[in-house]
Every structure is written in C-alpha cells, then in structure tokens.
Design a protein around this ligand. Structure first.
Ligand SMILES: *[C@@H]1O[C@H](CO)[C@@H](O)[C@H](O)[C@H]1NC(C)=O
Ligand SMILES: *[C@@H]1O[C@H](CO)[C@@H](O)[C@H](O)[C@H]1NC(C)=O
Length: 309
C-alpha cells in the first residue's frame, strides 16, 4: 500500500525540479555581483594629454564599428554621438546596419534564422539580434547610437570578447566587443531561437527574448559551463576617471536605463512570486486529488496500522 504514495510525490518532485531549472539563471543573476573578469582599468588608461591609449597589449578584435538605425538617416539628436566615434576612429571600418541591410545580411548569411528574425513582434528585437550576429560574424565593436566615444577604443580591442556591466545586475547589450566567431557570441546566436517566446507584455518579451536579460542569462550559462581562460567574456565596469570610453551625449538615458532595469527586475520578482504561488496551488491540488483517489475515505487509524506493520 505504500507504493502509490510515490506517484504524487514524484509529480511534486518533477514540478519542483522543472521550476528550479527554468528560473535558476534568473534567480542567480540577481545575486551575481558581475565583478569577475573585469577589464583592467590600467589597460584602459589613456594618456592625460594626448588621450591616446597606453597599453602595449596586442590587438585581437578587428577595427570595425557597428551601429544600427532603421535607415541611413540618423536623427539629429544622435548625430553628435555618432560623429564623436567616427572622428576619433578614421582608421576603423564603419557599418551602419539599417532595417534593410540587416535583413539582407540574415538572408545571405544565416537563412536558418530568417523565420525567427521575421517573427519578432517588435523592431527593437531585430535591432538587438543583428548586433549579436554581426559581432559573431565580422567581430568588432558595437555601440548604441546614443553613446559617444570619449577616447580611442584601441585598448578594448585587446580583449577577445567583452560586454558592459548593467545596473543593478547582469550585462547590457548597449556596447559590446568581440573577435569573429567567438564562442560566446556564437552561443548567443544559437540560443536566440530557444528564447523566442512571446510573453504578451512588450518589454518582458523584449527583455527575455533578445534584450539585456536574455544576454545576461546566456552569459550566466556560458560562465557556468566549461569556459577556458582564453574564451572567457570580459566585463567593462562603470567608467573610472581616466578610463572613460563612452559617454551619453544627449543626457539622461543612462539613468533612464537604470530605472528601467530596476523596474524590470521588480516586475520579474512579482512575476516569479505569482508564478510560484500558482505552481504551489496546482501542486497542492493535484497531490490532494491523487491522494483522495488512492485512499478514498481511509480512516486515520488504518494508516497508523500500516506504518506499524
Ligand atoms: C593623469 O590624471 C590622473 C587623474 O587626473 C592622475 O591621477 C594621474 O597621475 C595622471 N597621470 C599622468 C601620467 O600624469
Ligand atoms: C528614414 O526614415 C525617416 C522617417 O522615418 C524619413 O524621414 C527619411 O527620409 C528616411 N531616410 C531614407 C534615406 O530613406
């Protein structure tokens, strides 16, 4: 008579395990200080007068700057930021990915991804993914259009792959660098299909499927599974005096981003808490029904007898 009780317990166990597996990366992300593998500020230091980099480390990332906009006409508010990067890097190849050239690139190079690419409900999601694809494909540095360049980016070319720390946790996809075919960005590229899920709340969909939260989760998984020293992803920490590389020329979007992050995390906490309660309720109900079915109206004293056998 003891065996049937194993079934509700097994169901409960399976549901708990699935719950932990599904949410593990998100939960641990909240407690990751994102301080390991930080890029060394001494390497980033630039000369006080000439603003030229001091490091003698070899260049690994090719000199290519990638940016994205819907077409060739960059809005006036971002011209100054765009110009600041172009002017200080005349020896870099510059690629401005438009809606049209980005899609054509996917058609030509990654046709297996085209269905997913076209399926995204928001343009911002295509703008997110194209940056991962071009970094994995060509290598180079991707910079959001509203980020200006304060110094030459050469020291950042001496790390094989890097992303910027986000506030309060995780990593951001606003500025990133990579060598071509780096295993991290290859993995990001391949995982996009698996995370293409519409949560029916726009920014949750964007964050989970293609945005910074997606990138942070893949980064957590990547760190966890077998990364050799040479393949690790480096983290660009918030700027220090003398080693500030990017600045936001049109004002407050840094703070807006921070506020958004906190809001997202708050919403996620709520989301997981509600999900947890629902799960617990379902598990409780199933267990109750199963037990009721298996031991219909069994008087309590019989149970004691069984245990005493
Ligand atoms: C550059 O400036 C920083 C801070 O202003 C200072 O600490 C540092 O000593 C200066 N370096 C040189 C080489 O002058
Ligand atoms: C880009 O789009 C804007 C508005 O969406 C439009 O005014 C502009 O003419 C477009 N530029 C080109 C080159 O098509």
């Amino acid at each position: 008579m003891r065996r049937p009780l194993g079934i509700p317990l097994a169901i409960l166990g399976v549901i708990v395990v699935i719950g932990v597996v599904v949410t593990f990366d998100y939960i641990t992300l909240l407690f990751d200080p994102v301080t390991d593998n930080a890029i060394d500020f001494e390497v980033l230091a630039v000369d006080n007068e000439s603003h030229l980099p001091i490091t003698a480390n070899p260049q690994l990332i090719p000199k290519i700057l990638h940016q994205t906009w819907k077409n060739e006409t960059v809005p006036e508010v971002w011209r100054a930021a765009q110009e600041s990067c172009l002017k200080s890097h005349p020896d870099f190849e510059y690629k401005l990915w438009t809606d049209e050239s980005a899609r054509q690139f996917i058609v030509d190079e990654y046709p297996w991804f085209l269905d997913t690419y076209d399926s995204y409900p928001f343009n911002i999601m295509r703008a997110d993914v194209i940056r991962y694809f071009v970094l994995a494909h060509f290598g180079g540095i991707y910079i959001d259009l509203d980020e200006g360049c304060q110094s030459r980016l050469d020291p950042l070319l001496t790390y094989p792959a890097w992303v910027r720390k986000a506030d309060p946790t995780g990593v951001s996809n606003s500025v990133m660098g990579s060598t071509p075919r780096h295993p991290f960005f290859l993995r990001v590229m391949l995982e996009l299909k698996n995370y293409n899920f519409n949560w029916h709340v726009p920014y949750i969909t964007v964050m989970y499927a293609t945005g910074p939260l997606f990138l942070s989760v893949i980064w957590k998984q990547y760190k966890r599974w077998a990364v050799s020293d040479a393949e690790q992803v480096w983290i660009l920490m918030p700027a220090e005096p003398g080693a500030a590389y990017f600045n936001d020329l049109h004002g407050s979007s840094w703070h807006e981003d921070d506020a958004k992050w906190i809001m997202y995390l708050g919403i996620h906490w709520l989301f997981f808490t509600v999900l947890g309660f629902l799960l617990a309720a379902v598990v409780g109900l199933i267990s109750y029904l199963v037990v009721r079915r298996m031991y219909p109206r069994m008087p309590l004293k019989y149970k004691y007898l069984e245990y005493g056998e």
